[in-house]
Design a protein around this ligand. Structure first.
Ligand code: P6P
Length: 354
């Protein structure tokens, strides 16, 4: 069987050692990647490393959630009006602490804070903006269902001295990196810098993320669809027609498809990325703009899925090309295997169908 994950983004020297069964840590990978871009100053590498440190600490807290009194509500209401879970607040605090300490980030945008957070960094370094959902799917915390962290990285525009919110409101095509951490049966960090997608599994015995999924490519076609069909009656007629189509018996197109919906975007996305599938959170009568946030959920995952050969639209437009107007704006999301996204688009816009 050919390698499902050809190691094109892993430098030859390292690939040889990988083939010999040696492990590559995230630290080594970041250094190798940095050597491949001679102009890089190491600042970007340090930023990715800072995020990975925060991910390890959040992982520790998530794994202890049932044991230490960090369960349940923090009593604070976050900007989303949702009850903020203690772990949400902790995850934000760990990311902010790591980014402040690292000194490469000038501004943070977070689901947990209404306003963007400027970080004081020395003027000669610190040119990056990090937008994040510190803990996505937190309603699953109490029932031990996997959750995740999502991050998106932009560069402070050239010539812009002050890190304002406007500097953060760039289209997704301007991202310099995007990634997520999924706290599941194991903890994985998956990210892209625009040169393919690589997945690292945390080895808790040594506290290192190990390259386990080099050069992830998502299948062009799949059989898994992830959508909250409880909202079926509030969906657009075209989407309802698609949801009828996927249930029809047709061996030639591998139908009926399989419904898998965890209620945790990072987990549904990660499974579909590896196995092929589509995640759908559409506009509906309750959420006229959809539920997911453009800047720190849809854009980073769209960057990743496109780098892995998939597709991400709002049903009409490419997610990455949308011009943001606000930090917490929402967008409908259709994301995953290219052929599956195109198929549902043909139901949403029958007149323009192929
Ligand atoms: P619903 C979690 O709150 C989240 O943002 C995603 O992680 C998840 O896919 C979705 O909302 C679940 O929303 O309305 O289906 O419960």
């Amino acid at each position: 069987m050919t390698d499902p994950h050809p190691r094109s983004t892993v430098p030859n020297a390292r690939r040889a050692s990988l083939d010999a069964g040696a492990v590559m840590t995230l630290e080594q990978f970041i250094i190798d990647q940095q050597h491949r871009f001679p102009h890089s100053t190491g600042s970007f590498s340090r930023l990715i490393r800072d995020i990975s440190v925060a991910a390890k600490i959040i992982n520790r807290d998530v794994r202890r959630a049932g044991l230490v009194d960090i369960f349940g509500d923090s009593g604070q209401i976050n900007v989303q009006g949702e009850v903020q879970k203690k772990l949400d607040a902790l995850a934000h605090a760990e990311m902010e602490r790591a980014l402040r300490r690292g000194g490469e980030c000038v501004l943070i945008g977070s689901e947990e804070h209404a306003e963007a957070i400027p970080l004081q960094t020395s003027s000669e370094s610190g040119r990056y903006i990090v937008l994040m959902d510190p803990l996505d799917g937190s309603s699953n915390i109490e029932v031990n269902v996997s959750i995740g962290t999502i991050f998106s990285v932009y560069r402070l525009p050239e010539g812009q001295a002050e890190a304002t919110l406007d500097a953060a409101l760039q289209p997704g095509t301007q991202q310099v990196a995007a990634g997520y951490v999924v706290y599941g049966s194991s903890t994985m960090l998956v990210y892209t810098t625009g040169d393919g997608v690589n997945g690292f599994t945390l080895d808790p015995s040594i506290g290192e993320f190990i390259l386990s999924h080099p050069n992830i490519r998502t299948p062009r076609q799949g059989r898994i669809y992830s959508v909250n069909v409880g909202n079926y009656r509030s969906f657009d007629a075209g989407l309802r027609a698609y949801l009828e189509w996927v249930q029809e018996e047709d061996p030639a197109t591998n139908r009926p498809f399989t419904l898998r919906y965890i209620g945790s975007f990072v987990s549904d996305f990660h499974r579909n990325l590896l196995k092929g599938g589509i995640y759908i959170y559409p506009a509906n009568t309750r959420d006229p703009e959809g539920k997911l946030r453009l800047m720190y959920e849809a854009n980073p995952m769209a960057f990743i899925v496109e780098q892995a050969g998939g597709r991400a639209t709002d049903g009409t437009r490419r997610i990455l090309s949308k011009r943001p107007e606000a930090l917490h704006q929402r967008t409908p999301v259709f994301i995953g295997s290219e052929e599956m996204v195109r198929r549902v688009e043909s139901f949403l816009h029958p007149s323009s169908a192929r």
